[in-house]
Design a protein around this ligand. Structure first.
Ligand SMILES: Cc1ncc(COP(=O)(O)O)c(C=O)c1O
Length: 423
């Protein structure tokens, strides 16, 4: 197949694995080992020189296996396979999405630097930015999907730290409303505020789109970050994270990972490789189901507003960004139920097939109430600004039969009376 560029889904069973190194096993074994035996002392010395960046890698030279906090075959093969989806040069896997995010932020930010970040973000990310980074003298500045480029530029200048802008961190689509941020605009802001001595890095949390429905590196991002707990793991049974980018930046991320010691375990690495074999199948089905669920909700009298990428109002800035950077409508569907928390809770408690739990991207459909659960920590005024109201319900759609999912939603909505004020 030398003349054909195979699609990532065709390579997830084999890429980067050599059966002859593992007794011919068709599947990569779990290399449950903390350390690796060197052939001789010279080899050990040479591996360490590379790992510590004391010399350049020679052509065709592979980084030798040393110790599982630095590298391990399960992690390396998994990382190689993950690079295929985003066409990235390099990948690093972590023990959680938060480990991936915090490692990137800590590697590239120093006291005095300015971090520009989009709102809303996953609650853990917002906490890390606002309450941890600020303790280390890092200046942080938020913006959101409603802000124009000019408004963001003015805010950067007014902050008094424009010369220190170092990193732009974006979560798009934003959890839980699917609000979109323009990645290319962030790249342009990075160019505008970068200096000859310092490039501004653009990092995108692509968790909501998995590696299938959006490829931020193509739109100017330097780093793509995933909570691999979601679509990559896909079965709600592992916690993991991943970062992808070019050799230079990822070399730095990997060194930081070595010293924070937050790499994923061989066992989790193996589970993620197993998950990757069905990534496309699962995500295609999830997207198809979500499209049907969203169509049903859009017609239901108890649904006041729908947040789904297939239902963005035409000829708006959001529609323009969707056309430019998204390759699918995803499997996250949020909606406002008519009424308030009482009606939202009634709906959640009435569900049968769809489970009441946080997290997303797994094979089973999940429902939750962002205002009192995943986004409870957000300042009340910001919640109003980002439409995270008591009426909002978030659904992560799985691989079940779409008609069964719709029947479950229908029966859960059925006993709820439309509040008088809406009749
Ligand atoms: C968009 C997003 N990014 C990051 C994270 C954090 O990932 P993890 O829970 O794997 O640490 C989450 C978790 O829900 C998330 O939704």
């Amino acid at each position: 197949m030398k003349n054909r560029k195979l699609k990532p889904e065709s390579l997830m069973m084999s890429y980067g694995y050599k059966p002859e190194l593992s007794e011919g096993a068709i599947k990569c074994p779990i290399f449950q080992t903390s350390t690796f035996v060197f052939k001789n002392a010279e080899e050990g010395k040479s591996f360490f020189e590379l790992a510590y960046g004391l010399r350049e890698k020679e052509a065709e030279e592979e980084v030798g296996l040393i110790y599982s906090r630095i590298n391990n075959p399960d992690l390396e093969i998994l990382e190689n396979r993950l690079t295929l989806w985003d066409e990235a040069e390099e990948c690093a896997v972590f023990e959680s999405g938060m480990a991936a995010i915090s490692t990137v932020l800590m590697e590239f930010l120093s006291p005095g630097d300015l971090l520009l970040y989009s709102n809303p973000t996953y609650g853990g990310t917002a906490h890390f930015i606002q309450h941890v980074l600020t303790r280390y003298g890092i200046h942080v500045l938020g913006f959101d999907a409603n802000d124009s480029r000019e408004a963001i530029e003015d805010r950067i200048i007014d902050s008094g730290h424009a010369n220190n802008l170092t990193l732009i961190y974006v979560e798009t689509p934003a959890n839980p409303t699917n609000a979109l941020i323009d990645i290319q605009m962030c790249r342009e802001l990075g160019e505008q505020f970068g200096t000859v001595n310092k490039d501004v890095i653009v990092a995108v949390d692509n968790t909501y789109m998995g590696p299938l429905w959006q490829h931020p590196l193509k739109h100017g991002a330097d780093l793509v970050i995933y909570s691999a707990t979601k679509y990559i793991g896909g079965h709600s049974d592992v916690i993991a994270g991943a970062v992808l980018g070019n050799f230079d930046l990822m070399g730095k991320v990997k060194v930081m990972r070595t010293f924070l010691g937050n790499q994923t375990s061989p066992n989790t690495g193996w589970l993620l490789m197993r998950s990757l074999e069905t990534l496309k199948l699962r995500m295609d089905k999830q997207e198809e189901n979500a499209t049907k669920v969203a169509a049903f909700l859009s017609e239901h009298p108890l649904v006041e507003k729908l947040y789904h990428l297939g239902h963005i109002e035409k000829e708006t800035r959001q529609a323009e960004i969707f056309e430019k950077q998204c390759e699918g409508t995803g499997a996250m569907v949020s909606f406002n139920i008519r009424g308030g928390e009482k009606e939202a809770f009634q709906f959640l408690n009435n569900l049968g097939l769809i489970k009441l739990a946080v997290s997303l991207g797994g094979t089973e459909s999940l429902a939750e109430h962002p205002a009192s659960m995943t986004h409870v920590g957000i300042d009340p005024a910001e919640k109003v600004k980002y439409e995270i109201t008591d009426r909002l319900i978030r659904l992560s759609i799985g691989v079940e039969n779409a008609d069964d999912l719709i029947a479950d939603i229908e029966q859960a909505l059925h006993p709820i009376l439309v509040p008088v004020s809406f009749v």
